[in-house]
Write a protein that binds this ligand. Structure first.
Ligand code: TYD
Length: 217
């Protein structure tokens, strides 16, 4: 069961000193989306205003991306694919991320520019260039959780949990490259999460990190 807002007792509302950005990353099938929602429920229960976002979005660029995921790359160049993700993010930053940060919310986002560095980097584009381009317009996160699990297991999990098959990106050799690029991220905001233990164990680890960030203990 997800720890939704109704399943936990509510605390008094807390006003944050500023907006905070918390990012969930990792290859497909690691369970990061579930943990993003569980954390939103937890924060709400602690009185912290939280908003859950995800990329690719459902905006006009996001819908073009979804077409590729469903129908295949069909010869689109890596540069053109990169441009779709960057345009989608620019729109998300302007319409959703910046306004929510300005309202001093905890902004939880399921995928951000680390995904672009890893997935479009795995097409042979320069990961450092992708990172620089994104950091020129995208707010830097306060915390980045990178969910890790063997690509074979992730694909198995997707196949068991979904009826409509794998997307164009959910291919073993490709995800292995993506995973190796995710492993290159380091720095004070990056937390690697082994997503294989039970969901409650993983959630407890995330709570500890976030309690630390918001000084909730
Ligand atoms: P996913 O998180 O699976 O979206 P949803 O659950 O809404 O369908 O993301 C879709 C795919 O897009 C996934 O395989 C990762 C890929 N992706 C990129 O290649 N680059 C990016 O910048 C982002 C945000 C996602």
């Amino acid at each position: 069961m997800d720890a939704g807002p109704k399943s936990l007792p509510k605390s008094d509302a807390v006003e944050l000193d500023r907006g905070y950005l918390i990012v969930f990353e990792g290859i497909d099938g690691t369970g990061k989306s579930t943990h993003c929602r569980m954390l939103a429920g937890y924060l709400e229960s602690r009185g912290i205003p939280a908003v859950c976002l995800s990329e690719p979005t459902r905006g006009r660029w996001g819908m073009e991306i979804r077409k590729i995921l469903n129908e295949g790359r069909n010869g689109i160049s890596p540069e053109d694919e990169l441009a779709l993700f960057v345009n989608d993010r620019k729109e998300d930053v302007a319409l959703n991320i910046k306004p929510a940060l300005e309202m001093k919310k905890a902004v939880l986002i399921d995928r951000y520019y680390y995904s672009t560095v890893a997935y479009q980097g795995a097409l042979g584009l320069d990961p450092d260039r992708i990172c620089r381009e994104n950091e020129s317009f995208a707010p830097r996160p306060d915390l980045v959780f990178i969910f890790e699990a063997p690509p074979e297991k992730c694909l198995q999990r997707i196949k068991e949990g979904r009826n409509d098959g794998l997307s164009a990106f959910e291919q073993l050799e490709y995800l292995k490259k993506v995973e190796s690029l995710f492993r290159r991220f380091s720095g004070p905001h990056v937390r690697r999460i082994d997503s294989q233990p039970a969901r409650e164990v993983v959630h407890a680890q995330i709570r500890r990190e976030v309690d630390d960030l918001f000084k909730l203990t």
